[in-house]
Design a protein around this ligand. Structure first.
Ligand SMILES: [Zn+2]
Length: 211
């Protein structure tokens, strides 16, 4: 199984470290144009002081050079075929709506699912998206780029909670891969101030945005 993770920051890097533990994943493609900054170190112990200035994607590749393919690039519509290509699934940890629209387009074309994730200030979101069930546009309509977490700030542990929620959605999908009716639906809201996870349900949606 080939899995891509878009973004190697506070959501993406813990996701990558966890996905490495899954022996069914033979290839993990990781991509991020950013370099490691001193401010990344306190909550991301897989980055160390001597890594400051290196590309995050390259550093994470060191943890499993035979399974991880690293790209020090931002995902764009132009490079999406090369970067996502024949992945079986994609995790979004991009903090970027252009990248999310690009992943959604890849999902419509490839027919493969992806997991949306975001964290801003004290509020996180995660959703499992697939052409058979619901897409980004089913959830959000037409999208505007809101403030990004590096501009607005984010509650530290919230990014781990969102990464964990993404992995729970992934597990639910993995256990029911042959049965789309049992794939996770709706949008999960993680409230870091109240420590709650709430699901906004979608009523038996059958996405028609991709056709
Ligand atoms: Zn849709």
């Amino acid at each position: 199984m080939k899995v891509a993770v878009v973004g190697c920051g506070a959501i993406g890097s813990p996701l990558i470290m966890q996905l490495l533990e899954d022996p069914a994943i033979s290839e993990l493609r990781v991509m991020d144009p950013d370099i490691i900054d001193l401010s990344n170190l306190p909550r991301q112990p897989w980055f160390e002081e001597q890594d400051v200035g290196r590309y995050k994607a390259d550093r994470l590749q060191d943890y499993s050079p035979e399974r991880i393919t690293a790209y020090a690039h931002r995902l764009t519509p132009r490079n999406s075929a090369a970067l996502l290509g024949n992945a079986d699934a994609v995790f979004d940890a991009s903090d970027n709506w252009e990248a999310r629209r690009t992943i959604q387009r890849w999902s419509f074309i490839s027919g493969r699912p992806w997991i949306f994730a975001s964290a801003l200030r004290t509020e996180g979101m995660a959703a499992f998206l697939s052409p058979e069930t619901q897409c980004l546009y089913c959830l959000f309509g037409s999208l505007q780029q809101g403030p990004r977490c590096f501009e607005a700030g984010v509650l530290g542990p919230l990014t781990l909670a969102v990464a964990g929620q993404s992995l729970l959605l992934w597990q639910e999908y993995r256990e029911n891969m042959g049965d789309p009716a049992r794939w996770p639906q709706g949008l999960f809201l993680v409230d870091g101030a109240r420590q709650t996870v709430r699901k906004i349900g979608m009523k038996a949606v059958r996405c028609a945005h991709g056709s």
